[in-house]
Design a protein. Sequence first.
Length: 431
Amino acid sequence: MGLFDFFKKKQTEETVESAVEEVKEETIAEAVEEAAEEKLEEEAKEIVSEAVEEKAEEIIEKEAEEAVAEAIEEKEEIAEETAKDEAEEIVEEIIEAAEEVSEKIAEEIEEEKAVEEAPAEEVKPVKKGFFARLKEGLGKTRNSIMGGVDSVLNAFTKIDEDLFEELEEVLIMADLGVDTTMHIIDTLRKRVKKEGVTDPAMIKDMLSEEISKILTEGCEEEFEITKPCVMLVIGVNGVGKTTTIGKLAHIYKERGNNVMLAAADTFRAAAIDQLEIWGKRAGIDVIKHEENSDPAAVVFDAVNAAKARKTDILICDTAGRLHNKKNLMDELKKIFRVIEREYPDCHREVFLVLDATTGQNAMQQAKIFKEVADITGIILTKLDGTAKGGIVVAIKNELKIPVRYIGVGEGIEDLQKFDAESFAKAIFGKE
Ligand SMILES: Nc1nc2c(ncn2[C@@H]2O[C@H](COP(=O)(O)OP(=O)(O)O)[C@@H](O)[C@H]2O)c(=O)[nH]1
Ligand SMILES: [Mg+2]
């Protein structure tokens, strides 16, 4: 090979080499670029997928929250509907019961009418119905007092101090109260001595006479309401205030009066509803506010409504929270002030309701209420089914407040005007 050829070959080799080198570099650069792009793409994908995942989680969370909220709402709606249904059922049941009671009354009236229309007989049918119910209601009291008295008297052949002591025990056990019992026994001792009585059996009639005397004293005139009248019904929870108001409303409406009720026991919503049910039963308007509102404000509205509508008798229910005497006193005072200011011309009655089944406890309640209110009359409830009816004698003798009505059952007709003579006869009268 010549020198030229050698150089040419070398140059060619170099050219090839550099070309190869160039291609190599290019390829590498391309590969690097590609790799970088690939990496970027991968990272981007990763970022995107992360973002997507996060978003998805967020959406799922939100949806779950919404679903839970919806479920709760649905549940609440169902609960509300169930409660409503239940309440409606209860109201229906109560109305049904009331209808039954009124049917019974209608039947009784029919019966009494039938007897009245029957040819002349010596008995007074209406009086008989009333007295029979009274006697039935007082059955346990009668058995308790008279049973005890009989067994003492039968155990003795002569009248001595032991007999009086045992009799004393019987009367105290029958809830006549210690003071009243002492008074009765003292009177009996004096009479036995004065009248020269020796037969223990004679004591029974004397006892009946003395107790009747206590009950009837000062009750010669029949109690009548002066109209327009605002009646305030007070007493401890559960004694029967609302039930008694329902019965009173019925009695006065039946006699042709315009009657209105005020739900001033705002302590529990149930108390307002209960009065409304009685109002509905008797077809009488009930003035009410919301639960926990001011009782005096309810009375304010009721008194003004009664004036505007020329209502004959407005009967106000109240809450009896005796455990807080100061509150009770303030609440009652405020109510009295409202009545005095808004309706000075109305006649006022303050009825204290006492539960006969609580015996001497009822006396304690009466003493406390006497301190906070000018009680004009006592209504003694639940005399049916209790043997503690003797409490009437203690109330009459010790409190010096007249007993106006007595409750002898839960029905709308089971409230009787207190007739001392009939009462004494129902317990002590001969069979
Ligand atoms: N056996 C009987 N139950 C009565 C009489 N008066 C009321 N009740 C019952 O006593 C309970 C309490 O009565 P309620 O009027 O709500 O008492 P308040 O809390 O004083 O209003 C109810 O179950 C009444 O039905 C009654 O003369 N005889
Ligand atoms: Mg009540």
